[in-house]
Design a protein around this ligand. Structure first.
Ligand code: GLV
Length: 346
């Protein structure tokens, strides 16, 4: 478990009546291990509402725990929900999944078991948009190189003999104009950037005008015109490999690719080649495949790459809101009420 620096479990979540002890519903809770693990401080809150059953407890005694489990509190996409797991949980009503991405869930399979799904899109939009801008600015102004220089023992090199780029007036192309993409546009507007976007569905004129964004029906147009290309799109079978060799070759040789979506949106081999041969100037990636990258991966060697370890939602506020949203969705579902943030099959 990680510490998320919250009040230690005593503060109740919004509008969530705790049930009497005997009635607490059984909830399979994941994420007790690993880097993106459940916050230690959340466990106290969860215990007020649920009888928590860990994956290990469940695996050790499936016949005892299986029928008691009414919900899964799915943190960071684990455990993998497959047919076998669903078959062993006959009382399961809802899977509440942290974050916004749903690429780890087979929604059709889950639906065939009559199980509902909810996620936490609102909790992650602001921090992920912040991170997208942080990466954009870090590359433009060479913040990581500047840091290395400032802490270098060679103080004679203290003053940089290189220059960065200003983002004011530069063109930002946002691919994916959902809640994260839109919030990136809001931020970029404040930096006086020219904003293009590509999305399956065009936003309303009012929404476009509010952030000064111009719709590009053709992805190619956005790629050709942008100084910064920002990926903020969901991973689906259609968007996998969206940015491949051809798309990279359409970008300006001075352009930077930023990815706060999913690693598989990009053909990573083609990206390495493009960065090595100057097809594009730089990349900043919060997501890769796999995560983490093997330590001998070429992306780790390239000077024109800035990497962060999938930290789009890694803020105290977002993790807290995610937890509250998951609890709310589970409680609503088990009470037969409309489920906040329910994911509907398209
Ligand atoms: O990756 C994080 C998310 O899907 O919210």
């Amino acid at each position: 478990m990680s510490r998320c620096g919250l009040d230690t479990g005593s503060s109740p979540t919004r509008a969530m009546p705790a049930m009497g002890d005997q009635e607490l519903p059984g909830v399979l809770v994941s994420g007790f291990e690993g880097p993106y693990s459940i916050c230690e401080d959340h466990v106290g809150v969860l215990q007020k509402h649920f009888n928590l059953i860990t994956m290990q407890e469940f695996l050790e005694n499936k016949t005892h725990f299986g029928p008691k489990i009414q919900a899964i509190y799915l943190w960071a996409g684990k455990p993998h929900i497959n047919q076998e797991l669903l078959q062993s949980l006959p009382s399961l009503r809802v899977i509440a999944s942290s974050g916004v991405g749903l690429d780890h869930l087979d929604l059709k399979l889950i639906d065939s078991f009559g199980v509902k799904v909810a996620n936490t899109p609102h909790a992650v939009a602001n921090p992920t948009a912040d991170l997208g801008m942080a990466l954009l600015l870090a590359v433009a102004r060479r913040v990581v190189e500047g840091h290395q220089l400032a802490i270098s023992p060679h103080t004679e090199n203290f003053s940089a003999n290189w220059l960065g780029e200003e983002v004011t007036g530069a063109t930002l192309g946002i691919i994916g104009m959902g809640s994260i993409g839109y919030k990136i546009a809001q931020r970029a507007r404040a930096f006086e950037m020219k904003i293009l976007y590509h999305n399956r569905k065009r936003r309303s004129l009012e929404e476009e005008e509010a952030v000064g964004a111009t719709y590009c029906e053709r992805l190619d147009d956005l790629l050709q015109q942008s100084d910064f290309v920002m990926l903020a799109v969901n991973l689906t079978p259609q968007s996998q490999g969206l940015i491949g060799r051809r798309e990279l070759s359409l970008m300006k040789p001075t352009a930077t690719l930023i990815n706060v979506g999913r690693g598989l949106l990009v053909d990573q081999d083609a990206l390495v080649e493009a960065l090595q041969t100057g097809v594009i100037k730089a990349a900043a990636l919060d997501v890769t495949y796999p995560e983490p990258l093997p330590r001998d991966h070429p992306l780790l060697e390239l000077k024109n790459v800035t990497l962060t370890p999938h930290i789009g939602s890694a803020t105290h506020q977002a993790r807290r809101q995610m937890m509250e949203n998951l609890v709310e969705s589970i409680l609503a579902s088990l009470s037969g009420l409309p489920i906040p943030n329910e994911v509907l099959l398209k």
